[in-house]
Design a protein around this ligand. Structure first.
Ligand code: CMP
Length: 137
């Protein structure tokens, strides 16, 4: 009954050993981990997840990056969780994200920005169904 959101901890975070750091920030905020798994993202899954971006100039290198190594897919629950996660993640571009946020503290890139969080309740429902078909609604 608490709202849920989808988070992808991206390959840069896994390579840099920051999975625990990122999860820890969500846990310390008081959010609940509902599901979690390591995933090697395929180009097909990347295209589905980023369907709204596939025609953008930045998409080909984004697809190369997101499939470049394992990621960790997470479903989080909590009060106003979609907004809470977006605030914790910070602005998309790590160079401009506020200090205190995951990206602001730990990323200097617009692409390798460590985490993805659903941008709305509708996106969260779509992304959770895509990444965790085994989870019941
Ligand atoms: P994410 O929240 O996963 O949603 C889309 C992703 O595309 C974004 O995080 C970044 O990783 C990437 N992205 C968005 N805009 C740009 C850009 N201008 N240049 C490179 N990558 C981008």
């Amino acid at each position: 009954e608490l709202p849920r959101t989808f988070v992808l901890i991206k390959p840069d975070a896994v390579r840099r050993g920051l999975v625990g750091e990122v999860l820890s920030r969500f846990e310390r905020k008081g959010l609940t981990i509902v599901a979690l798994k390591q995933v090697q993202v395929t180009p097909e899954l990347a295209d589905e997840h980023y369907a709204e971006h596939v025609e953008r100039d930045f998409y080909p290198p984004l697809r190369t990056f997101i499939t470049s190594g394992p990621s960790v897919a997470v479903v989080l629950a909590g009060d106003e969780v979609v907004e809470a996660v977006r605030l914790l993640n910070g602005a998309t571009d790590g160079r401009k994200a506020a200090p205190g946020t995951i990206r602001g503290d730990l990323s200097l890139s617009n692409r390798e920005n460590l985490v993805h969080g659903s941008d709305s309740a509708e996106s969260a429902a779509r992304e959770i169904a895509l990444w965790f078909p085994e989870l019941e609604g």
